[in-house]
Ligand binder design. Structure first.
Ligand code: KG4
Ligand code: ZN
Length: 354
């Protein structure tokens, strides 16, 4: 633990994020957001229909310094004023993580500032306090993105997070991207399917709800599975084409989306009720989905659970979420990381600080 007498009440923290295809740099003072700059390499991945790790790593290298400079300018702070430098240590793509981690280490060594290697998933939870103030605890967090789908029990954002469940195969956003691809729609698939679904009938086709059968619930009550759903959509489309029939794309999108939103919301509310928690938070790119938001609002309200959702720009990967988590860790007296820490692509969410 650091000497709390030296810990500023509202630390000024720089956060660096590079776990996937977004180079993010954020600056916060305690719970206050001062700068939030993101450079995305999504356009470079479009023709591959998914993130190519080597392409993402190279893009981080090119974007890191300009993004850092923009963040400092926006916040009007000098790097020498910082109380700490927080960086995503994992989970994520190895080559991509290394770029952010090396940058943060170099800055920490050069400026003689403490380094905090933190968990990306915990950052997705912490970011909400920049919009809505201190987190209510305990709280259930539903994280849904292209890389992760998990249900977390958050008792203390700086020290105690338990993973209640996670996807056993594809992440929810990954399922959106794969279904979009098989329907010939653009990448990333989430926003495109969300739009098409508004013109379709969610009851047109009944697609499977992964891990909701009684025998699955025994072992996987709070886990998710989306690969069977993706395969079911692919088979349904293939059969239509084999029979020479048109594929009703809007109905397929609406029915697929209904299956995803139904399972995510059902399990999230069940987790809150099971653990006697009446606060829920949602994060990750898929948190922008209109049906997921609508159904979750409906079901949490019916269950007497208060729902918090950061603004969409803070739901997707960014540096502000890492800075926000870093500030909480510093306030809790967390020990700075060694300059020797390594990136960990499989870092468990229970390890908030490396
Ligand atoms: O959090 P994020 O920006 O990056 C990571 O994967 O960590 O999430 C990106 C994912 C993509 O799979 C994208 O298709 C999905 O979020 N997404 C959506 C929507 N907007 C983005 N999925 C469903 N509905 C949306 N409106
Ligand atoms: Zn993420």
């Amino acid at each position: 633990m650091t000497d709390t007498a030296l810990t500023p009440a509202e630390p000024l923290v720089l956060g660096i994020e590079s776990s996937c295809d977004e180079t993010g740099v954020g600056i916060v003072r305690g719970n206050e957001l001062l700068a939030h700059e993101v450079a995305s390499s999504v356009d470079l991945h479009v023709r591959y229909g998914g993130v190519v790790p080597e392409v993402a790593a190279r893009a981080h290298l090119e974007a890191m310094v300009p993004t850092l400079e923009r963040a400092c300018q926006t916040a009007g702070v000098d790097l020498s004023d910082l109380d700490g430098i927080a960086v995503t240590a994992g989970p994520g793509l190895m080559g991509a993580l290394v770029v952010g981690l090396s940058t943060a280490k170099a800055l920490a060594a050069w400026l003689d500032k403490p380094l905090y290697g933190v968990n990306h998933l915990a950052g997705h939870v912490a970011v909400d306090l920049l919009d809505h103030g201190p987190l209510p605890t305990p709280c259930i967090a539903l994280l849904v993105s292209g890389g992760h789908t998990s249900l977390l029990l958050v008792e203390d954002i700086a020290t105690t997070i338990t993973e209640l469940g996670a996807t056993i195969d594809d992440a929810a956003g990954e399922a959106y991207d794969k279904v979009a691809r098989l329907l010939g729609l653009a990448y990333p698939g989430g926003p495109v399917i969300d739009k098409a679904a508004q013109l379709g009938d969610p009851k047109a086709i009944h697609f499977p709800r992964g891990l909701t059968a009684r025998h699955d619930l025994e072992k996987h009550r709070f886990d998710f599975s989306f690969s069977g759903l993706k395969t079911a959509v692919a088979r349904w489309v293939e059969l239509r084409q084999r029979d020479g029939l048109d594929v009703p794309v809007n109905d397929v999108c609406a029915s697929f989306q209904e299956a995803v939103a139904d399972v995510l919301t059902r399990k999230a509310v069940d987790a809150a009720q099971f653990h006697g928690v009446n606060h829920m938070l949602i994060g990750g790119g898929v948190a922008a989905n209109s049906r997921l938001r609508g159904l979750l609002e409906e079901r949490t309200a019916a269950a007497g659970i208060e729902l918090r959702r950061p603004r969409p720009a803070l739901c997707t990967d960014n540096g502000a979420m890492i800075a926000a988590l870093g500030a909480q860790v510093i306030k809790a007296g967390g020990r700075p990381s060694s300059l020797d820490i390594s990136a960990n692509s499989g870092l468990p969410v229970s390890t908030i600080l490396v």
